[in-house]
Design a protein around this ligand. Structure first.
Ligand code: SAM
Length: 281
């Protein structure tokens, strides 16, 4: 194992050889714990094809390449491309694409990978400054059954929060409407080079079996955001604003068997789904 890219000594050596410094602007924190990196890859259901966002110097990419038939990795930092060519030279199942992930043709890539290899999953140590936009971009794709990502602990807590938790928000409901969200394990700051001040967590999103259209998902999200506008207030109060009609809001909640005194932060994804269906009738 001493030769893996994600060992502290090999990472240090690679950074020195190429005169690299982790770029804060790109959210670069390289994982230097080979046990955690392999555990993350193994948990990701990457057997067929896997997409990685931000391979860095290749620590996680290497473990994905060992366990998957094909790895596609999007990296935005051009300086890392020659490094990755070297560090991953022995793996012929890795495609590195120099591009901002938020701008790539994700539909086209998923279609291509599915045809060639089968199931497509996502595994990444996400750059913290675009965690939420990356995840919401992925959420639009029902063809990705598993998304396994390392994120800052506080962000992971928000996605996995349950009703009444202090971190529970529209974000939690939006994720849990489409996925079973599970925190797999925490990763201490010392497992990175450079070490951030905060701990991270590996979160797995497993897609629920549903046939919701993108339009339906968008409309549901819009309603959920309105319901959480003032999350300590009652659901009725928020819904009244959203529908611009107090009587209708009361009738909807009554039809769903939801108490009029329930606070927004106490409503789970299933309740809000019922409300949405009642409104859409
Ligand atoms: N995967 C490596 C690891 O675990 O050691 C590096 C992870 S580091 C937290 C995030 C990586 O994402 C960096 O390599 C950074 O350059 C890259 N990155 C940042 N913004 C990106 C974007 N918009 N599209 C693709 N990659 C991006």
């Amino acid at each position: 194992m001493s030769r893996y890219i994600s060992t502290p000594s090999r990472t240090k050596e690679i950074l020195e050889t190429y005169g690299l410094r982790a770029r804060k602007g790109y959210g670069q924190n390289f994982l230097v714990d080979p046990i955690i990196v392999e555990r993350c890859a193994l948990a990701s259901h990457c057997e067929d094809a896997v997409i990685e966002i931000g391979p860095g110097i290749g620590g996680l990419t290497e473990q994905l390449a060992r366990h998957s038939r094909h790895v596609t990795a999007y990296e935005v930092d051009a300086d890392l491309i020659p490094v990755l060519k070297d560090t991953l030279a022995e793996y012929d199942n890795v495609e590195i694409i120099l591009q901002d992930f938020l701008e790539c043709d994700l539909d086209g890539k998923i279609r291509e990978l599915k045809e060639k290899y089968g199931q497509v999953s996502v595994c990444a140590n996400l750059p913290y400054y675009i965690t939420t936009p990356v995840l919401f971009r992925l959420f639009e794709h029902a063809e990705i059954p598993y998304i396994t990502v390392m994120v800052q602990k506080e962000v992971g807590d928000r996605f996995a929060a349950r009703p009444k938790d202090s971190e529970y928000s529209a974000l939690s409901v939006e994720a849990q409407y489409l996925y079973d969200v599970k925190k797999l394990f925490t990763v201490p700051g010392r497992s990175f080079n450079p070490s951030p001040n905060v701990d991270s967590v590996i979160v797995q999103f497993s897609r629920k079996e549903t046939d919701r259209s993108p339009e339906e998902i968008r409309a549901f999200y819009e309603m959920v955001r309105a319901c959480f506008r003032q999350r300590r207030k009652t659901l009725l109060n928020n819904l009244k604003e959203y529908l611009q009609d107090r009587e209708k809001a009361e009738a909807v909640l009554n039809a769903c068997g939801i108490p009029l005194s329930l606070r927004a932060q106490e409503a789970d994804a299933e309740m809000l789904q019922k409300v949405f269906e009642e409104i859409s009738r």
